[in-house]
Write a protein that binds this ligand. Structure first.
Ligand code: ADP
Ligand code: ZN
Ligand code: ZN
Length: 740
């Protein structure tokens, strides 16, 4: 940024620069009261355009490069203390610089959504109830007249320091009426608790296997400084157990811990496991909670009221004074990447955060990303293996079920039915993975070939039979299922392909006496619905579980003995270079759900392409071996992780405009010094060109020379940002794009 000659100096006012959450690469100057104690990271209300926005103060000075007469005064200050710490401000600046995203948007991303607007801070304090005034006789007298009140008083008396709502609820689900009555009698009163993390609960900690013990001691020996540790352990090998031990040892040393899981990985099973070990010393944050609940979790962690933050992607931005470890469970998982709004990879940002704080970070997976494996090879990460399950049985090897000549009923072959029946008869549970929701993905006229296509996207509408509608899975467009063909009027409209809804219906009809549970976005409307299905699994009675990726990972149910991957053939023909990696990860994860208890598991993949080399590898080789061969392929074509990808994307109501925007960007890039070392693919229409009514195009930059790419981008971004912006074309930049 260059300073103009017209620097104004007005000693009686102070200028402050603010970041605002808008997609512009700019910060904004306002004047503030000289008397105001100002600290970076504090929110103010600011007059902006014709309205008011919330801004985050970044710095102050006695001068502004802009015409001081035209600088507006900042409005109300919202926070007494900065809401973002210096460390978080620095992390946000790094993210804005690395991912080339607008600083204002990045900063607000680091705040809980509750604080992104004008909400004032509201410390999440906990009420506790304690005995106000009662002698032993008064309490004893309750025993016969009101046993519930007696029970509660006794519990509070024994606890000494008082009990909170959660603890009271555990004593009696109808605690509240009793407590109200006792308040009225002036036996109890409530006060705000200044909750401090209590002592570690002494739950049952299993004795670690020798293998786990060895890994634990190696990592423990390196906990006092920054290092990335990758725990590569087969499914069910006890990685979580190692995480819990490391958390325990960090807590004992007075540190706090962030434990990240993929969106779908945050199951009640894990929450219960953490609760058993650490009591109420943890906060939870994920997308099914309200803004206020997530803010309260953030706030309790920040105040040190809880030692552990257990949550999904955005929990990474939880701040606290004593962070001593970050754990990224299932580090390969796609949900760590944010693909809309600010684009970043939570794993990579977490590693940067750990480096800035000089603390260890632990990645874990049974199917580590190729990125992480190659980082271990380059000795950037420490690598540890767990190759055995502490329970009796190894994960099942995968068997291919060749269905080239088979007639399929709702996607299943006769031999698959035999297998399912065999496992059910032996009182096992069966898991069937089918990553396609709805009833059928294709609806066609048998006469003229008409297909149900979305009006707004280049996509087919999926048939959802239970509601008799066609639905677009990309934009949500929906219409009723036509009874005759809209084109030729013929009556024979047919559907093709299988979705989870059809599979469920088919299996229910075939096996009326066996419970069939379906877990996908359509059948699970709330966290409670998911919980009740999973509880049924936990009980261990024979049943068939059908699901999309929601069931593929993280779950640990002892009675599942058969895992089935029903239909993954389309991944063999995908245009995405990531498709094989994803297929392999999914297959190993799904297979790994079975045989976790006291029975050997089985895993089956049904395919029409058993001869295909990748299918052959899946049946014969370990994840580690397959990952090595995928890495060799990537290296030979210089693709990630041996190259960096940056994508520019544009969308408009007209494809030409989107392409023209990217053409302009490309010509700016091509004037930058080292552009010759960067290959440029496009501009060209995106794979799914039309989506939600807009035409999309992309420009892909790919290079094995990371420095060259960064230097080109750094030189060019200011000009790209200044390109005549047209309201009709949106454009974004995606650094380390997941796909091309
Ligand atoms: P992962 O995270 O690798 O999938 P988990 O830590 O969830 O593995 O362990 C899988 C199962 O084995 C869990 O039910 C867990 O309670 C059990 N388990 C793990 N470690 C031990 C151990 N040392 N002794 C007994 N059981 C264990
Ligand atoms: Zn027709
Ligand atoms: Zn659509």
């Amino acid at each position: 940024m260059t300073f103009s000659a017209r620097v104004s100096r007005v000693p009686s006012i102070r200028f402050a620069s603010f970041a605002i959450a808008i997609p512009l690469y700019k910060i904004f100057d306002y004047t503030i009261d000289v008397a105001d104690r100002v600290e970076a990271g504090t929110r103010y209300r600011l007059p902006f355009a014709n309205g008011v926005k919330t801004g985050l103060l970044l710095s102050t000075s006695d001068a502004s490069e802009h015409d001081s007469a035209r600088i507006k005064a900042a409005g109300q200050r919202l926070d007494q203390e900065p809401v973002l710490s210096e460390h978080m401000l620095a992390l946000a600046r790094w993210m804005a610089d690395y991912y080339l995203q607008p600083l204002g948007e990045v900063l607000f991303q680091c705040l809980p959504s509750y604080l992104r607007g004008a909400n004032l801070e509201k410390p999440a304090r906990l009420k506790i109830w304690r005995i106000l005034d009662a002698d032993a006789d008064t309490i004893a007298a309750m025993q016969s007249r009101s046993p519930r009140q007696y029970e509660i008083c006794r519990a509070i008396e024994q606890a000494g320091a008082g009990l909170n709502a959660l603890q009271l609820k555990a004593i009696n689900p109808n605690w509240y009426q009793a407590v109200r009555a006792l308040e009225k009698k002036a036996v109890l009163e409530w006060v705000w608790a200044e909750m401090e993390a209590g002592p570690v609960v002494h739950a049952q900690w299993p004795v670690l296997s020798d293998e786990q013990d060895l890994v634990l001691s190696k990592i423990e020996a390196r906990l006092d400084c920054f290092a990335v540790h990758l725990l590569d352990g087969i499914t069910g090998s006890g990685k979580t157990e190692v995480f819990l031990r490391l958390m325990q040892s960090r807590l004992a040393a007075g540190f706090q811990v962030i434990y990240l899981v993929p969106e779908i990985g945050l199951t009640n099973q894990l929450i219960e496991r953490v609760r058993q070990r650490f009591g109420e010393q943890f906060a939870i944050s994920h997308s099914a909670l309200t803004d206020l609940q997530r803010y309260q979790a953030w706030d309790r962690f920040q105040r040190g009221q809880v030692a552990i933050m257990l949550g999904t992607r955005s929990s990474l931005f939880s701040q606290c004074d004593r962070l001593g470890l970050i754990i990224i469970d299932e580090e390969h998982d796609h949900s760590y990447r944010q693909d809309d709004g600010i684009r970043y990879h939570a794993r990579d940002v977490a590693i940067k955060r750990a480096q800035m704080l000089d603390i260890p970070i632990l990645l874990g997976s049974a199917t580590p990303s190729l990125e992480s494996i190659s980082n271990c090879e380059r000795e950037h990460y420490f690598l540890y293996h767990l190759d055995h399950r502490p329970t009796r049985f190894a994960p099942p090897g995968l068997r291919l079920l060749d269905v080239r000549d088979s007639k399929l009923e709702y996607g299943c072959s006769a031999r698959l039915f035999d297998k399912i029946e065999q496992h059910i008869q032996q009182r096992g549970q069966v898991l069937i993975y089918l990553n396609r929701r709805g009833f059928a993905p294709v609806v066609m006229c048998h006469q003229c070939g008409w297909q149900s296509l979305c009006q707004h996207c280049d996509a087919r509408l999926t048939l959802h039979q239970s509601v008799q509608r066609l639905l677009c899975h990309h934009c949500g467009f929906t219409q009723t299922l036509p009874r005759v063909c809209p084109d030729c009027g013929h009556g024979e409209i047919k559907h093709y392909g299988i979705g989870t809804e059809q599979l469920e219906q088919g299996l229910r009809e075939r096996y009326p006496d066996i419970p069939v549970l379906r877990i996908d976005r359509d059948s699970i409307s709330s966290p409670e619905a998911l919980k009740s299905r999973l509880q049924q699994l936990q009980r261990g009675d024979p049943c068939i579980l059908i699901g999309t990726q929601m069931i593929a990972k993280g779950h640990d149910y002892a009675s599942i003995t058969l895992s089935v991957i029903l239909d993954s053939d389309q991944a063999l023909f995908s245009a995405s270079y990531r498709a094989s990696e994803r297929l392999v990860q999914t297959v190993f994860q799904v297979a790994g759900r079975s045989g976790r208890g006291d029975r050997q598991g089985e895993a089956i993949l049904q395919t029409r392409f058993p001869q295909q080399p990748l299918m052959q590898s899946l049946a014969r080789r370990s994840y580690r071996e397959i990952a090595q061969s995928l890495l060799r392929e990537r290296r030979s074509v210089v693709f990630p992780p041996y190259a960096r990808v940056v994508m520019f994307r544009a969308d408009a109501v007209d494809l030409k405009q989107a392409l023209a925007k990217l053409e302009d960007i490309k010509s700016l890039l091509s004037t930058a010094g080292r552009f010759g070392e960067v290959s440029c693919i496009g501009p060209m229409p995106a794979l799914m060109t039309r989506r939600i009514g807009r035409y999309r195009a992309q420009l892909c930059l790919l290079t094995g020379n990371h420095r060259a790419l960064r230097s080109v981008l750094h030189q060019t971004m200011p000009q790209i940002q200044q390109l005549a912006s047209s309201a009709r074309v949106n454009w974004t930049i995606d650094v380390d794009a997941y796909d091309m």
